[in-house]
Design a protein around this ligand. Structure first.
Ligand SMILES: [Zn+2]
Length: 171
């Protein structure tokens, strides 16, 4: 790991701790040349397979971007959106796959969005699931009425992937 201060290419780890349910490792490093300290984080890369077949790393920002439009004018703040994106990532990582279809990301958004705001959920679902008629909306609303959203269940413990090939400086 190159020192971000002096560009020296060697450093030693002085502290290492798992965060976010063990899906992320933070390391405190000390440059063996200038002695300054910096932090690295290490996580397994979750790849999203797009419809074209191309892959890109999962991004919480993209989830938030996608949901934000549906939340316009609704009582949903940035913290709510950040938490939703975190839950989506946890859901996707929880089945231990290193790659998931883009479609699964949309599916993973539906449940937490519904708990957050039912109007935003309906907007998002109408686009995501291609509602084509009033009947589609009526059917979905009937489902919402029949099964009111339940309180959030705690995320169960998950086994993380051993693959660790993403290292970034975030000091
Ligand atoms: Zn240095």
């Amino acid at each position: 790991m190159i020192c971000p201060f002096c560009r020296h290419d060697d450093s030693r780890v002085v502290d290492s701790r798992p965060v976010e349910e063990g899906t992320l490792i933070r390391r405190r490093r000390e440059c063996t040349e200038c002695g300054r300290r910096f932090t690295t984080s290490e996580t397994s890369v979750l790849l999203i397979i797009k419809r074209s077949g191309a892959t890109e790393p999962f991004s919480r920002e993209k989830v938030i971007e996608g949901v934000r439009k549906a939340c316009q004018g609704r009582p949903v703040n940035d913290d709510d959106l950040a938490l939703l994106a975190q839950r989506v990532e946890e859901t996707l990582r929880s089945d231990g796959q290193a790659e998931v279809e883009a479609q699964e990301v949309g599916m993973a958004i539906l449940a937490p969005l519904r708990e957050l705001d039912e109007v935003a959920y309906l907007r998002f679902a109408s686009v995501y699931r291609n509602f084509a008629s009033l009947e589609d909306f009526e059917g979905e609303i009937a489902l919402l009425r029949a099964a009111p959203s339940k309180p959030v269940t705690p995320v169960t413990k998950q086994v993380t992937q051993p693959a660790t090939n993403s290292v970034s400086i975030n000091n």
